[in-house]
Design a binder for this molecule. Structure first.
Ligand code: SAM
Ligand code: SF4
Length: 327
């Protein structure tokens, strides 16, 4: 289905939980955020029903996210249920990688196609500090295992934050010289409590790209389903580097997605507060056609573009923490 601006909406990101086994300092406070009550979280049956109704409307791609999706019990069961829905062509998952070594094979057997691993430092001490306790070793083993298990491509997402990890941008990009991974740099966004974000900490994509460009010549590559990222390859490299300028240059014109929160709200835009509640009507017993109407409505009201900006000094709205939207 196309929205009123002609964008084809074929991608649904589903946050399956707002809980997490890490506490990345830029995403969650150390004490965590007040969790959504268990009974308010969509069940796997409810999520599957929504995707079954959304597929004929045009949803082809589904990504599971969180919180930490691998921290939800028996996530492979959900993967298998979604994979069996006609029309779902690509099923992926975004994870911090902590439990990936343990679950990679089971996820592949259940039908998972791809994985994105979030990793913001390659130095064990710094990684532990950023995530407030995570083990880099464990995540690196998870990444290897994901590749061995056949998840393609393995993608690593890094958020450079000035003064914290921006000195590692080059090291991350160099991974693509050795490994067939996609290394993607994502601009730091003013989400969460908003206290951490500041124009000084934010590193724009243009700057990240010029740092990466010091390594060697970058040739643009056109990848299928590249979404808002722009990809490049160093001569002869097995992997590619990607850049997502979520803040500095809006990618809204190419936005093809809807988001479903763990408590059953459909969000047409990451940065807008508009949410359409699917859980309450579902639990009150409405038929599929009513859920379909609500999904179509959320596509119809998808905003033209987000309203955050940093070039003209426009104020940043305080957003729900990413752990509650799904990143
Ligand atoms: N726990 C999983 C993970 O870390 O991959 C999935 C959920 S997490 C909220 C999804 C993504 O959001 C992560 O890649 C994380 O780096 C990103 N994220 C969280 N807060 C962010 C922020 N303020 N700016 C940019 N990305 C952010
Ligand atoms: Fe957890 Fe992911 Fe947020 Fe880190 S970025 S605290 S891993 S939800």
């Amino acid at each position: 289905m196309h929205d009123p601006r002609g964008r084809e909406i074929d991608y649904l990101r589903i946050s399956v939980t707002d809980r997490c086994n890490l506490r990345c300092f830029y995403c969650m406070p150390s004490e965590g955020v007040k969790p959504i009550l268990h009974k308010e979280i969509l069940t796997y049956e409810e999520i599957t029903r929504i995707v079954r109704i959304a597929a004929p409307i045009g949803i082809r791609k589904v990504r599971l996210t969180g919180g930490e999706p691998l921290a939800r019990k028996n996530i492979a069961f959900l993967v298998a249920s979604l994979k069996s829905i006609d029309g779902i062509e690509n099923l992926s998952l975004t994870t911090n990688g902590v439990l990936l070594e343990r679950y990679a094979e089971e996820l592949v057997s259940a039908g998972l196609d791809r994985v994105n691993v979030s990793l913001d430092s390659l130095r064990p001490d710094r990684y532990r500090e950023i995530t407030r306790g995570g083990s880099l070793e464990q995540v690196l083993r998870g990444i290897e295992k994901a590749h061995e298990a056949g998840l393609r491509p393995v993608r690593i997402n890094m958020v450079p934050i000035r003064g914290y990890n921006d000195d590692e941008i080059e090291e991350f990009a160099r991974i693509t010289l050795q490994k067939p991974y996609q290394i993607r740099f994502i601009e730091f966004m003013p989400a969460g409590s908003g206290e951490l974000w500041s124009p000084e900490k934010y590193v724009p994509v243009d700057e990240i790209k010029s740092i990466v460009g010091r390594i060697g010549r970058l040739t643009p590559v056109k990848l299928r389903r590249s979404g808002p990222a722009r990809y490049f390859r160093f001569d002869g490299a097995p992997g590619v580097v990607g850049f997502i300028n979520a803040v500095s240059h809006k990618f809204c014109r190419e936005c093809n997605r809807l988001r479903l929160t763990a408590d059953g709200k459909l969000r047409p835009c990451l940065f807008a507060e508009t949410e359409i509640d699917l859980k309450t009507p579902m639990r009150s017993g409405v038929p599929d056609r009513e859920i379909e109407r609500l999904i179509r409505l959320s596509i119809e009201v998808k905003p033209e573009e987000h309203n955050i900006g940093c070039r003209d000094g426009a104020p940043f709205p305080k957003l729900r923490p990413m752990s509650k939207i799904g990143g």
